[in-house]
Design a protein. Structure first.
Length: 105
């Protein structure tokens, strides 16, 4: 049975930030292509939710976070079995300070 891919507010906000940055720095076309690529890379999680490796920097959290990589971005997610969905928790630019992956707001 396929799971739903659900984007949490923080992850959606990160996508908006990415779009805003690249639409100014490059172009709207580049921004759309990047954001669409990030979103499209999560589609496989519907049928293969455990495809991503475990995110070791978040292993002290109660959720078992995993991640996917798309270009310079780490897409952090966990499998919420209670709601039968994969929750995308964060989209993290790997060029930034690694401590920022612990953001919750």
């Amino acid at each position: 049975m396929a799971l739903e891919v659900y984007w949490l507010e923080l992850a959606e906000n990160k996508l908006e930030d990415i779009y805003g940055y690249y639409s100014i720095r490059a172009s709207k076309r580049v921004a759309e292509k990047l954001v669409n690529g990030i979103v499209d890379s999560t589609i496989k999680l519907k049928n293969q939710p455990e495809v991503g490796p475990i995110e070791l920097s978040l292993e002290k959290r109660p959720q078992k976070f995993r991640y996917l990589i798309y270009k310079n971005y780490k897409i952090v997610y966990w499998i919420n079995k209670e709601f039968n969905r994969v929750e995308i928790a964060n989209v993290f630019d790997t060029r930034l300070n690694p401590d920022k992956i612990n953001e919750t707001k």
